[in-house]
Structures are given as structure tokens and as C-alpha cells.
Design a protein around this ligand. Sequence first.
Ligand code: AR6
Length: 174
Amino acid sequence: MTRLEAIEADITTLAVDVIVNAANTSLMGGGGVDGAIHRAGGPDIRKDCMAIVERDGPLPTGRAVITKAGKMPAGHVVHTVGPVWGTVGEQEAVALLASCYRSSLDLARDASAASIAFPNISTGIYHFPKPLAAETAIKAVSAWVDDDPVTLESVTFVCFDRENLVLYRDLLRV
Ligand code: AR6
């Protein structure tokens, strides 16, 4: 059985097999958690990202790729691109966000990961409403682990603010 939990933390400090980055399509870093991950991990991550973009082009919204974690304690980084709130309809935004979580979990499984930590994708600079994002994330992850309850021991939702932590803890309790 996979354990789902929510904690308040800086995702760059976690010694899990995979941490997920809320990146943009260029994969060249940015602000928010993306900036923190590139700073903490060092140049190895950017090097891997550049090779991916040179090979495959920009990463479409809802998709994910995997790189090394550089100097961070995590094993790998999965980079995924969440939807920018307001640029597509609500249903499509929810579908794209759910796809970020599913694609990331698929890559974690391919990398034989037992533990993965997610930030609250799209809820910062991309302005996705936090309650809808939390509901979408938990639904997508729960459905994935229901299909495959053996691969992952733990999925951690890493909240960087109290509002998200309360939302996730409430939703995970029921
Ligand atoms: N650890 C965990 N969560 C964090 C951290 C951290 N160190 N830092 C921020 N967060 P955001 P987005 C939370 O804006 O909305 C970048 O420029 C933050 O509080 O990082 O998907 C990219 O390059 C929020 O809850 O990502 C893209 O251009 C969550 O992480 C764009 O921002 C996501 O906020 C992506 O925007």
C-alpha cells in the first residue's frame, strides 16, 4: 500500500528517490520551486535539461522528463509543466494538471523509485486556484496508486505555505 502524506518543507532538502519540479516548457529554470531546485542542485540539472530540449524540443504542458538531482539529497528530479491558469478552460486545466501528476509517477516507476515528493504544481506563479489544484492532485495520485499499489512506498505532497498544508491535510483525512 502506498502512503500519501502532506508536509510543510523545502522540497530541495528531501532525501527521497524523486522530487518533482514545477518547471516551464523551456526547462531552463525560473522562479519559485524551479529556481530553488536549479540553485540547490547545481549545473548538472541544467545540462541534462539542455540535452533533453535539444533532442525533443520544449516540454509540452502536462508532460514530464527526468534528470539527475545534482547536489541535492534526492535521487532524481522529474520536471513537469503545469497549466497557466486562465490560458485554457477550467476542464482542460484540470486535465493537464492531473496529467502532470500521472506522467511524473510513470517516470518515477520507470526509475524504480520507492518514494516521490511533489510540490503544489501550478499554484504559485501559474495561479491555479489552490483548493482545485489540491483536489486534482490527490485524485490523480490516488487513482494512479490504486492501479499500482506496490511500486511506491510513499507519495509526499510538499506544501510551502500553510494554506496548502491545511487543504491537503483535510483532503487526505477523508
Ligand atoms: N519547496 C517546495 N515548494 C516550493 C518551493 C520549495 N523550495 N518554492 C516554492 N514552492 P511555483 P508554478 C511552492 O511558482 O505555479 C517558475 O518560474 C510555491 O509556494 O514554483 O507551477 C517556473 O520556471 C507553490 O505552492 O510554480 C515556471 O515558469 C508551488 O511551489 C513557473 O514558475 C508552485 O509554485 C511555474 O509556476
